[in-house]
Design a protein around this ligand. Structure first.
Ligand code: MCA
Ligand code: AMP
Length: 504
C-alpha cells in the first residue's frame, strides 16, 4: 500500500492552478502550491533529523500552513499529533511527556508558558505558528526545496495520533495508520459522491477527526476544493454558503444557522449536501432543517479510534434519529455489554466495530487497548440498536461522557479537578440538555464546609486546570450526593434533578 499522501496526490486535478483552499481574506492555495509547500515541510522534517514514526505535536490556530504541515508529515512518514487549542499548559505538559514528540509547534503568544515546558519535557525541536499561519516554522520551511520524493510506508505505519479522553485516568493517544485513513476517505468520497466540482465549506477545527480527516481527506481525494474558515463564524458561514456545494458540521452549526434570519431556503437552494456528526442531531432539528431549507441533513457516526463507522444513505431515506447503515467494508455488531454476545435486531446493546478503519491501539497503553477490544471488535461504549431496516440508532452511552458542541468531556477528569480543591468534599459532573451545545456541563458539589456556595470562586480555580470547554457552566451545591447501596453516585437522578439548568 502506498503512503496516504501518494494516494491523495493521484486524485489531484491535473491543472496545477486548480484551487484547493480559499481563505477568508480571498487568498487561494492551489494544488500546485500544496504540492510545493507540503514538500518544503517534509524536507524540513528530514533536515531536522526526524525519522519515520517520530511525532510532530502541534497546538496552533487553524491555518492552511498547519494543513501543509500535516501533509508534510504524511510525506516524510512522521506522525502528526494535533492538539486542541483550548488545552491549558497543564494539559499540554501531559501530552508532551506522553508522546515525546521530536518537534513541537506552538502559537508564539504562548511562548512564555510552553517553551520552558517543552524544553523540560525534552522536546528537541521547537517552532512557532501563529493565527495567520506565520512563524518560525514557515520561515524555516520556506528555505527548503519544493520537491520531495514521498516516502513509501506500509498500511500499518502511523500517520497520526489523536488524543481522546478516557473514562478513567488520563487521555489516550489513538494511533491511526495510513491504511486506516486511506480506507475511510476512499469509502466516504464514494458514499457521499464527492467530485472535483465540489466546494466544501470548512468551518471545523483541524485538530480532530471530523475537520482533519473526514473533511480534508475527502476533499483531497476528490480533487475538490474548500472554503477555509478559521472557525464557525456565522457571518462568514452565511457569506460563504452561496459559493459552496457541501457543508460538514456538528449539530451546533445547524442549530445556529436555523436561528439566523439570513439563513433562507434561497441561500442554500443550490447546495448538494449537508452532513452532521460528532454528536447526536436531534430529530427535531433534522425535521426543522428539512422544513426550512428543503434539504435533508445526512447524519453519520464516527469515533476518533475508528474514523467513520455508519452513514445515512446518499440516495434513499435519511432517517432522523438514526446514524444510518454500516459503511461498506465495516462490520458493526450490537452486543450484550457484559458478555459480548451478539443480540437480536431491535434490542439495545453496545456498538462494536471491526474493519480497516479501526485504529492500531493507544500509544504506550497496551492494556487499555486490549481492554477495549473483544473478539477482534472495538467496543465503542455507545449504546444502540438496529431497526427493522438496518438503520443504526444510538440511544445512549455506556461510557460516562458528555458531548458539548462536538467536544468530548469526561466527567471523571472534571470531578478529579474539583475534588482537588479544598472547598470541595466530593463532586459529580453531569451533562444536561443545552439549547446551543446539545449538552452543557453541570457540576454538583458537596462543599467541605456546610453553607459554602461560592460558585464563581470554584470556577476561577478550575481555569488553569481545565480547558474552557471542559469547565462546568453551572456549579450546584448539595448537602449530599444520591448514591446506591454500593456507594456509586446515581447520575441519572442528578440529571433528572438538574435537567432544566440551561432551559431558557
Ligand atoms: C467553545 N466553547 C465551548 C465549546 N466551544 N464550550 C463547550 N463546548 C464547546 N464545544 C466555549 C468558548 O470557549 C466560550 O467560552 C463559550 O463556550 C462560548 O463560545 P462560543 O463563541 O459560543 O463558541 P464557539 O467559539 O462559536 O464554538 C462553538 C463551536 C465549536 C462552533 C460549536 O465548539 C466547534 O467548532 N465545535 C466543533 C468540534 C468538533 O469539530 N468536534 C469533532 C470531534 P467563554 O464564554 O468563556 O469565552 S471528532 C469526533 O467527535 C468524531 C470522530 C466524529 O464523529 O466526528
Ligand atoms: P470522539 O471521542 O471525539 O471521537 O467522539 C466519539 C463519540 O462521539 C462517539 O463514541 C459517539 O458517542 C459520539 N458521536 C459521534 N457521531 C455521533 C452521532 N452522529 N450521533 C451520536 N453520537 C455521535
Amino acid at each position: 500500500m502506498a503512503n496516504l499522501y501518494t494516494l491523495l496526490e493521484s486524485r489531484f486535478p491535473a491543472a496545477l492552478d486548480a484551487p484547493f483552499a480559499t481563505n477568508s481574506d480571498g487568498s487561494v492555495l492551489t494544488y500546485g502550491e500544496l504540492k510545493k509547500q507540503s514538500a518544503r515541510y517534509a524536507n524540513l522534517l528530514v533536515t531536522l533529523g526526524l525519522q519515520p514514526g517520530d511525532r510532530v505535536a502541534v497546538q496552533a490556530a487553524k491555518s492552511t500552513s498547519m494543513m501543509m504541515l500535516y501533509l508534510g508529515c504524511l510525506r516524510a512518514g512522521a506522525v502528526f499529533l494535533p492538539l486542541n487549542t483550548a488545552y491549558t499548559s497543564a494539559e499540554i505538559d501531559y501530552f508532551l511527556q506522553d508522546a515525546s514528540p521530536s518537534l513541537f509547534v506552538f502559537d508564539p503568544s504562548h511562548e512564555a508558558s510552553l517553551r520552558p515546558l517543552a524544553t523540560a519535557a525534552g522536546v528537541p525541536h521547537l517552532a512557532t505558528l501563529d493565527e495567520h499561519g506565520d512563524g518560525t516554522l514557515c520561515t524555516e520551511a520556506s528555505q527548503r526545496s519544493p520537491e520531495f520524493m514521498t516516502f513509501e510506508v506500509s498500511d500499518d505505519d502511523l500517520a497520526a495520533i489523536l488524543y481522546t479522553s478516557g473514562t478513567t485516568g488520563r487521555s489516550k493517544g489513538a494511533m491511526l495508520s495510513h491504511g486506516n485513513l486511506a480506507s475511510n476517505c476512499a469509502t466516504l468520497c464514494e458514499y457521499w459522491r464527492f467530485s472535483a466540482d465540489d466546494v466544501l465549506l470548512h468551518a471545523l477545527p483541524i485538530f480532530h477527526t471530523h475537520g482533519l480527516f473526514v473533511a480534508t481527506n475527502v476533499v483531497l481525494s476528490a480533487g475538490a476544493q474548500m472554503i477555509f474558515l478559521e472557525s464557525f463564524d456565522i457571518d462568514r458561514v452565511i457569506a460563504a454558503l452561496p459559493r459552496s456545494t457541501v457543508m460538514m458540521g456538528v449539530p451546533t452549526f445547524y442549530i445556529r444557522l436555523l436561528k439566523d434570519v439570513r439563513f433562507t431556503r434561497e441561500l442554500v437552494a443550490h447546495m448538494r449536501l449537508f452532513v452532521s456528526g460528532s454528536a447526536p442531531l436531534s430529530a427535531d432539528i433534522h425535521r426543522a432543517f428539512r422544513e426550512h431549507t428543503g434539504h435533508v441533513i445526512l447524519e453519520r457516526y464516527g469515533m476518533t479510534e475508528t474514523n467513520m463507522i455508519t452513514s445515512n444513505p446518499y440516495d434513499g431515506e435519511r432517517r432522523p434519529g438514526t446514524v444510518g447503515f454500516p459503511l461498506p467494508g465495516i462490520s458493526v455488531t450490537i452486543a450484550d455489554p457484559e458478555t459480548g454476545a451478539e443480540i437480536a435486531p431491535g434490542e439495545v446493546g453496545v456498538i462494536q466495530i471491526k474493519g480497516p478503519n479501526v485504529f492500531k491501539g493507544y500509544w504506550n497503553m497496551p492494556e487499555k487497548t486490549a481492554a477495549e477490544f473483544r473478539n477482534g471488535h472495538f467496543i465503542s461504549g455507545d449504546l444502540g440498536r438496529f431497526d427493522e431496516e438496518g438503520y443504526v440508532a444510538i440511544v445512549g452511552r455506556e461510557k460516562d461522557l458528555i458531548i458539548a458542541g462536538g467536544y468530548n468531556i469526561y466527567p471523571a477528569e472534571v470531578e478529579a479537578a474539583l475534588d482537588e480543591l479544598p472547598e470541595v468534599r466530593e463532586s459529580a459532573v453531569i451533562g444536561v440538555s443545552h439549547p446551543d451545545m446539545g449538552e452543557g456541563v453541570v457540576a454538583v458539589v458537596v462543599p467541605a464546609s456546610a453553607g459554602f456556595s461560592d460558585e464563581p470562586k470554584l470556577k476561577v480555580a478550575l481555569q488553569e486546570r481545565l480547558a474552557r470547554f471542559k469547565q462546568p457552566r453551572r456549579i450546584m451545591f448539595v448537602d449530599e450526593l444520591p448514591k446506591n447501596a454500593m456507594g456509586k453516585v446515581q447520575k441519572t437522578s442528578l440529571r433528572e434533578q438538574f435537567r432544566n439548568t440551561f432551559v431558557m
